[in-house]
Design a protein around this ligand. Structure first.
Ligand code: SAM
Length: 151
């Protein structure tokens, strides 16, 4: 999988995300080193925001699924990247969705078993608030990731 660094810079500048460029370049380097992201892969991004969709949009072979509890962000991403699957759930989170109606501790992601070659959780676990939610998310990730996939 090749994402051109110059194109990445341009896309991030266009979407006002230049401050996140270095961290994204670091992650892309890591995935390359471990063979975690290859052409044609399916990527599931939990707590997605917009950051990695912008990068993935530079490789049209990638299938990308973004999931977040921030409805506004998911609505924006749906418009900017209509080629991808965007999932929103009204899960309670004190910082990002304080009025959320759904308890994240038992929530099942609307994603089939063994879907993802790569699951991304960038700056997500630090926001999950309790150990039970974090443990439940790990169980769900184990369900949706393909055998041999990467987290
Ligand atoms: C610090 S931001 C990181 C966004 C993006 N991953 C990035 O690296 O730019 C944390 C994200 O996690 C989302 N989030 C918070 N609680 C969540 C939960 N229980 N499940 C999924 N996403 C959640 C927030 O809405 C927010 O988009």
């Amino acid at each position: 999988m090749k994402i051109d660094p110059d194109e990445l810079k341009v896309v991030y500048a266009k979407r006002n995300m230049s401050a996140k460029l270095r961290a994204t370049e670091w992650a892309l380097g890591l995935w390359e080193k471990y063979g975690a992201l290859n052409s044609g892969d399916t990527v599931v991004d939990l707590g997605c925001g917009e950051r990695y969709a912008a990068a993935m949009s530079l490789d049209p072979t990638i299938h990308y699924i973004g999931f977040d509890v921030n409805q506004e962000s998911i609505e924006t991403c749906t418009q900017v990247y209509p080629q991808y699957r965007w999932l929103y759930a009204d899960l309670k989170n004190d910082m990002y969705n304080p009025d959320g109606k759904i308890e994240p501790r038992t929530f099942q992601f609307p994603i089939d078993d063994h879907t993802a070659d790569l699951v991304i959780c960038a700056s997500l676990f630090t926001h999950l608030e309790t150990l039970e939610v974090a443990q439940h998310y790990l169980t769900e990730i184990q369900r949706i990731i393909k055998p041999g996939g990467h987290l």
